[in-house]
Design a binder for this molecule. Structure first.
Ligand code: SRM
Ligand code: SF4
Length: 540
């Protein structure tokens, strides 16, 4: 392993120790062996931890039925890839399903270890990879969900995101240079004006920003390439944000590195930042290992200097302002593309949950009406692009759109939920099913005039991002009538898009069984909701 500047071997935590004994990626060569051994006979560290380096997650809640986390750069998947994923979960009957994640990605459920060799072969044949998607690796890299489609976009993020993934996974084969980071690492690139990727909650994020020729860095020559939509004599690039993260102990929005890069340098900057994090990031305490802890220890100036050293050149100071000046869009509904005569259509997938037949049908619709491409959003929904005007009306009559609506009710529309107790052993509460049931009841009681973004997360790890929500609900255990019951802490004030900032906890420990009237009140008092008809409030 890479020795860190600050950590001695004796102070390594247990994760560092097992990584030092055997790199996680080594299990890639042992899949056949594991398949014939079976999950019960496997070495426990390989089974419970190292398999995550190839995207395979042991689920203590459903032992023997594993989860697989893919990589979907920029949240883009083809219909044949979707079919391949569908055929994998289909074989597991009631145990098989898939979830769209809060990082524009897909996770599969019900996976049996004996099937892994065949599953990896299938993935390989359709160009899918799940490598380095868990543990101390870089997670799925997010990009603008309407990249290349949106007439107002500043930069098409697709190629850059793919290049970064190729660099850090060696084109999906696995890259031992980046398989032993001190902790997980998130990267996002925003290409539009609405920050569709939640740049502020990533360890490293790039947000569109124009530099005026001559502004601070004389390196910018008027002949440098500029975006079609750039103001005259300006050049397109990105301001860099660093250190955003959520964890059970601490949540921070990313801070400006005071650096600007042109698109050509983005991959190199990612490499440089990751090398610095890998070689100097703190490894003693896993609760204090994310990038922001290193920045705290060093100060931003030193961090920036080390990144520049690895990069082999100075970074230009940030552009005076970035271009994130829109409210965040959710992409649900029908929208004209920049390509004349084509449309993209966003379908709402309730809490991101899909079954094999849904996945086959989505793939089929994308092929029949579009170009065979499907996009995923961080709100756990899908976008089908490239539907010609001439086929749009017929597309909109497809039965699947009754379940996966293009015009859902206003609370349903913005609902996001993490996995929760059904599959996740960290969960303190059940989330997805509860979230759906409660939203349905609230919508029956209330009339709304605008969407309210409600995010559920089953524990303080915050995978469901309650801090970015209008109303965030974080699972906890609380007391009621002398008994321990499932409850939530309530977060409010999360703002996304322009001037994004994190919400904070406003109430703690509301029992889930008492939550609905509390939400009703919040929606009425803060978000303009109105009671459809008087509700009898029963006091407990
Ligand atoms: Fe997460 C761990 C699910 C996005 C913060 N996350 C987990 C594990 C792997 C825990 C486990 O082994 O059971 C969960 C798997 C449950 C399962 O069976 O699905 C899990 N995280 C998820 C997903 C699936 C939630 C979802 O329903 O969408 C998301 C998968 C994203 C992906 O495709 O890679 C997911 N997780 C996030 C996010 C949101 C984001 O990235 O925007 C966060 C907060 C942002 C961040 O990381 O800074 C997040 N997950 C965590 C943490 C806390 C990290 C920390 O520094 O302490 C953990 C626990 C850990 O890593 O020790 C965690
Ligand atoms: Fe599991 Fe907690 Fe993440 Fe939800 S927030 S998926 S319960 S780790």
């Amino acid at each position: 392993m890479t020795d860190t500047a600050t950590t001695t071997k004796a102070s390594l935590n247990k994760f560092e120790k097992f990584k030092a004994e055997k790199d996680g990626l080594a299990v890639k060569e042992e899949i056949e062996k594991f398949a014939s051994l079976g999950w019960e006979a496997m070495d426990e560290t390989d089974r419970d931890h190292r398999l995550k380096w190839v995207g395979v997650f042991f689920r203590p809640v459903t032992p023997g039925k594993f989860m697989m986390r893919m990589r979907m750069p920029n949240g883009i998947i083809t219909s044949s890839q979707m079919q391949a994923l569908a055929s994998v979960v289909q074989r597991y009957g009631d145990d098989g399903c898939a979830d769209i994640t809060t990082r524009q990605n897909i996770q599969l459920r019900g996976i049996r270890i004996e099937d892994l060799p065949d599953i990896f072969n299938r993935f390989h044949s359709v160009g899918l990879t799940s490598v380095q998607s868990g543990m101390d690796n870089v997670r799925n890299i997010t990009g603008d969900p309407v990249a290349g489609l949106d007439a107002d976009e500043l930069y098409d993020t697709r190629e850059l995101v793919q290049q970064i993934q190729d660099m850090l996974t060696n084109k999906g084969q696995g890259n031992p240079e980046f398989t032993n980071l001190p902790r997980k690492f998130n990267i996002a690139i925003a290409g539009g004006r609405d920050n569709s990727v939640h740049a502020e909650i990533n360890d490293l994020a790039f947000v569109p920003a124009f530099k005026r020729a001559g502004e601070a860095g004389e390196e910018i020559s008027p002949s440098s390439p500029s975006s079609p939509s750039s103001p005259s004599s300006s050049i397109f690039g990105f301001n860099i944000l660093v250190g955003g993260f959520f964890s059970a102990k601490r949540c921070e929005a990313a801070i400006p590195l005071n650096a600007w890069v042109s698109p050509e340098d983005v991959v190199a900057v990612c490499r440089a930042v990751l090398e610095v994090f890998r070689d100097y990031g703190p490894r003693a305490n896993r609760q204090k290992s994310r990038l922001m802890w290193l920045i705290d220890e060093w100060g931003l100036e030193k961090f920036r200097l080390e990144v520049e050293k690895r990069l082999g050149k100075s970074l230009l100071p940030a552009a005076a302002k970035d271009e994130i000046d829109w409210q965040k869009r959710d992409h649900i509904g029908v929208y004209k593309q920049k390509q004349s005569g084509l449309n993209y259509v966003g379908l709402h997938i309730p809490v991101g949950r899909l079954y094999a037949e849904d996945m086959f049908e989505i793939a089929n619709l994308a092929e029949v009406y579009g170009s065979g491409e499907i996009r995923l959003t961080v709100e756990q929904n899908i976008v089908i692009p490239n539907i010609p005007d001439s086929r749009l009306a017929t597309f909109l009559t497809e039965p699947l759109l009754e379940r996966f609506s293009i015009d859902p009710n206003l609370l349903t529309r913005s609902l996001v939920s993490c996995t929760g107790a059904q599959f996740c052993n960290f969960a303190l509460i059940e989330t997805k099913n509860r979230a759906l049931a409660m939203i349905k009841s609230l919508e029956a009681e209330l009339g709304l005039t605008r969407p309210v973004r409600i995010h559920w997360t089953g524990c303080p790890n915050s995978c469901g991002q309650p801090q970015v929500a209008d109303i965030g609900l974080m699972g906890t255990k609380t007391r009621k009538d002398g008994k321990t019951v499932e409850g939530v802490d309530i977060y409010m004030g999360g703002k996304v898009g322009k001037d994004a900032h994190l919400g904070t906890c406003v109430v703690k420990g509301i029992p889930c069984e008492d939550l609905q009237p509390v939400l009703r009140k919040l929606l009425i008092e803060n978000f303009g909701a109105r009671l459809r008809e008087p509700v009898t409030v029963i006091s407990h």
